[in-house]
Ligand binder design. Structure first.
Ligand SMILES: Nc1ncnc2c1ncn2[C@@H]1O[C@H](COP(=O)(O)OP(=O)(O)OP(=O)(O)O)[C@@H](O)[C@H]1O
Ligand SMILES: [Mg+2]
Length: 505
């Protein structure tokens, strides 16, 4: 259906793709995998007319050689895309976003709003999304916005659907819906190209896999029968024994926690969101926060970091009360939060890697108004190496980095602040398997250095391996605390799934 040969793409500072051969067949779900910065998104953007390839390669679609000058060209030819960054128009209504460029029109050529709204409602209902389609898109959560992008992609008469990390902000129920849609597309003979870092998803839904490494295809073939370890070793370019020895999670788990908590939260309450949440974090310990989406995990982290105003309750750091509802006050007290929605709350695409990392730590790195440039260089250098941030240099604009590498830059920013307590909301989301292990090792080391860490992760294994203790939330309240040997998948699942009312006490 769609194939490329000898395709390359050179940006001013980097060769993102190098002689790529790739074929997506009708009725096949084709996984595209590789480390952060391997070239996955670039390939998708070449296939859909966002970027122009270097001269020399060919793109064949439905038996004919083609070239798409704009995304609209590709779309009109039947190639539909869900990009890694949601690319809808936030201020327009949900319905307009769904029908952008193909609005139903009446006899006089005017948009038939009633029909558009009705059809939008139906298309979304099929995906289990019930929203007022007249409201601006930006009022929806990130997950729901992603579902609108999905509805848009399948509503057009597509023959190829490309999905670049479509599940990174979906909850499990939505992932199930997405998989249902993908199966339907496959049955209709549509070619689906699927990018994800989540191994479970790949094996659940994909037929074929192509592995990219540093812009080159290093493997392509059926996914069934391809051992996970082998797949990871292909992605990382290390042999299987090394991958096996190093393991896929890097947590050691055991820490030597101090006795006195470094952070203490008492009965934090915020209307409709948190109800009397109390917890302690001790220096040298990783405290996990478990619970379903919407259980109040992110809200708790935000309340601790002063980013969510509370109606009552208090937070103390090393015995001193922290003024509530003020991010600067929390930062001064030594609390750092890596937020979940990193696109909205953090990255400055036009600034360099160096500037983005130094941004928050800057006040602490200046004396008498003079910035200690050498120290910044040292810090930036350390984190670029530690987190294996793939950039042409520390002066490259963050907006030019791959999605996963942008996330690593943000993580580095909060680590560079030398906090007493580090709150990590989904620290490894969107990060490839190799760097994930690196981030986990880092969390361990930070705890070993005496930092108190709060870890939120939807990845069960990560939460269990990484945490010394886990506090489970449900409907904004603490329902269970698991310590030591109790931190097992079984106990955790039961605590999370327990019906409301079965809370302790
Ligand atoms: N607009 C751009 N300008 C300069 N370099 C770019 C641009 N877009 C991508 N690159 C570079 O091309 C390479 C491949 O990036 P790409 O976004 O395709 O990676 P990816 O495989 O999608 O990674 P991730 O898993 O992190 O999303 C990276 O080195 C990136 O920095
Ligand atoms: Mg990408």
């Amino acid at each position: 259906m769609l194939s490329v040969s000898g395709l390359s793409k050179t940006f001013p500072s980097v060769r993102a793709l190098d002689g790529v051969e790739f074929t997506a067949r009708a009725g096949e779900v084709h996984a595209l995998v590789g480390e952060n910065g391997a070239g996955k998104s670039t390939l998708i953007k070449l296939l859909t007319g966002v970027h122009r390839p270097d001269p020399g390669g060919t793109l064949t679609y439905d038996g004919r050689e083609v070239s798409f000058a704009t995304p609209l060209d590709a779309q009109q030819a039947g190639i539909s895309t869900i990009y890694q960054e949601v690319n809808l128009v936030p201020l327009m209504s949900v319905a307009r976003n769904l029908f952008l460029g193909r609005e139903p029109r009446g006899r006089l050529g005017l948009i038939d709003f009633r029909r558009m709204h009705r059809e939008a409602e139906r298309a979304l209902a099929e995906l289990g999304v019930r929203v007022d389609v007249r409201r601006p898109l930006r009022e929806l959560g990130v997950g729901a916005q992603q579902m609108v992008a999905l509805a848009r992609a399948v509503a057009v008469d597509a023959r190829v659907v490309l999905m670049d990390e479509p599940t990174s902000s979906l909850e499990p129920r939505e992932v199930a819906t997405l998989f249902g849609v993908i199966r339907m597309l496959r049955e209709r003979g549509i070619a689906v190209i699927y990018v994800s870092h989540r191994m479970d998803e790949l094996y659940a839904i994909c037929d074929t896999v192509t592995v990219l490494r540093d812009g080159k295809v290093v493997h392509t073939g059926p996914l069934a029968g391809l051992d996970r370890l082998r797949l990871v070793s292909l992605m990382l370019g290390r042999d299987m024994d090394t991958v096996q020895d190093e393991g896929l999670t890097k947590f050691t788990g055991e820490h030597d926690a101090g006795r006195e908590p470094v952070l203490r939260a008492e009965e934090l309450t915020a209307r409709h969101r948190l109800s009397e949440v109390s917890l302690d974090i001790r220096p040298g310990e990783v405290l996990g926060l478990g619970g379903l989406l919407g259980s109040g995990r992110s809200e708790t982290a935000k309340a601790l970091a002063g980013a969510l105003p509370v109606d009552s309750g208090r937070v103390t750091v090393a015995g001193t009360r922290v003024r509530g509802g003020s991010t600067p006050a929390a930062i001064r007290a030594g609390i750092s939060l890596l937020p979940e929605d990193r696109k909205a709350e953090g990255i400055v695409p036009g600034l360099s890697v160096r500037e983005n990392i130094a941004l928050a730590a800057l006040p602490g790195l200046s004396r008498f108004g003079l910035v200690d440039e050498a120290r910044i260089d040292r810090i930036v250098d350390t984190f670029v190496k530690r987190l294996r941030i793939k950039a042409s240099s520390a002066h490259q604009k963050v907006g030019e980095l791959s999605g996963g590498n942008q996330q690593k830059v943000l993580l580095a920013r909060w680590l560079a602040m030398n906090p007493k307590v580090l709150l990590l909301d989904e620290p490894t989301r969107g990060i490839d398997v190799g760097a994930k292990a690196e981030v986990q090792k880092l969390i361990d080391e930070l705890a070993a250095d005496g930092l108190g860490v709060l870890l939120i992760s939807s990845d069960m294994e990560e939460l269990i391996e990484g945490s010394d203790r886990v506090v489970v939330l449900k409907d904004g309240a603490v329902v269970e605390e698991l310590t030591g040997d109790q931190v097992t998948e079984d106990r955790l699942m039961r605590a999370i799934a327990a019906p409301a009312g079965e809370s302790r006490d």
